[in-house]
Design a protein around this ligand. Structure first.
Ligand code: FES
Length: 109
């Protein structure tokens, strides 16, 4: 596992978000919902719409394109069986946010 610095906690108000790019080029969406910070894949697994254009509430995110809705805690699709979003572990140190990635997996994708 590798920890990647993605941004400052202060940049995230509740319900706020920002995006970051992983070393392999994958886009990640970092957001805060109900006080918890989540890091998920930025692009919807359905047709690739940017998930930050959707809605976040009650630990769920709904894609703005076709309303597929995902559980931020598990990544599971709630109204779209078979679809999931990739989640990343988030840690905070002295106001800095890091996400954990499997560096071997990143190199192979
Ligand atoms: S692109 Fe997200 S639900 Fe279709």
């Amino acid at each position: 596992m590798e920890s990647i610095f993605v941004g400052q906690l202060a940049a995230l108000e509740d319900e706020g978000f920002f995006t970051a790019k992983l070393p392999g080029g994958k886009d990640v969406l970092i957001l805060r919902c109900s006080g918890t910070v989540y890091a998920i894949q930025r692009r919807c697994p359905h047709e690739g719409a940017p998930l930050e254009k959707g809605n976040v509430w009650n630990k769920m995110i709904r894609c703005g394109q076709h309303a597929f809705t995902f559980d931020l805690e598990t990544g599971e699709g709630l109204n779209c069986p078979g679809y999931t979003i990739e989640r990343y572990g988030v840690t905070e140190e002295e106001g800095k946010l890091f996400i954990s990635i499997d560096s071997d997996k990143q190199r192979n994708t």
